[in-house]
Design a protein around this ligand. Structure first.
Ligand SMILES: [Zn+2]
Length: 184
């Protein structure tokens, strides 16, 4: 899983975070497959927007319908930490309701904006790769996991190589010496 952003979209996220400070900004990233095409701010409806965020339910639902009608997918949910690291807080982890949608966090610290994305599956947090560059320039994702067929093929070739080595070493052994038994 990866998210690809343009530099302009990264700057837009940083600007929304700075404009909302000291409150947390929040919104959606929409696009196709891994490429973000739009950054969509959503009002923060949290009771305490300085320390928490909650996407406004009605606007969130309406935006999702509009995205679907336009053939765009929800790629990530973003929010900002106006004075902190771009790392999910315990509340962020508890409130993460989308196990397959990355959570992007923009952390503002001493005027600097940093961005990171995370997948939160039932309390387990894993980082998501973020690529910033022009669309279509991200390097191809390596297939990290081997399929069952690949694992079986590797095992068979290892066994064949081992058997071949045994046969070869046996065939290279010098002939057995002739033992002459002395006659009585
Ligand atoms: Zn947070």
């Amino acid at each position: 899983m990866r998210l690809c952003l343009t530099e302009a979209q990264g700057h837009a996220l940083a600007r929304y975070a700075r404009d909302a400070a000291p409150q947390e900004a929040c919104g959606l990233l929409a696009g196709v497959r891994e490429q973000v095409e739009e950054v969509i701010p959503i009002p923060n409806a949290a009771a305490d927007p300085v320390h928490h965020y909650r996407l406004d339910d009605v606007i969130f639902a309406r935006t999702l319908m509009q995205l679907e009608a336009r053939g765009l997918e929800l790629l990530a949910i973003y929010h900002s930490h106006p004075n902190g690291d771009p790392i999910p807080s315990p509340t962020d982890v508890r409130q993460a309701t989308f196990p397959d949608t990355p959570y992007v966090i923009i952390g503002l610290y001493n005027g600097e904006a940093r961005l990171a994305a995370w997948r939160v599956r039932y309390g387990e947090v894993t980082p998501v790769e973020v690529y910033v560059g022009l669309p279509g320039t991200a390097p191809a994702v390596r297939e990290a996991k081997l399929s069952r067929a690949q694992i079986i093929a590797i095992l068979i070739s290892a066994i064949l190589a081992f058997a071949f080595m045994i046969i070869l070493s046996l065939s290279l052994l010098p002939p057995a010496p002739v033992i002459v038994t002395p006659l009585p």
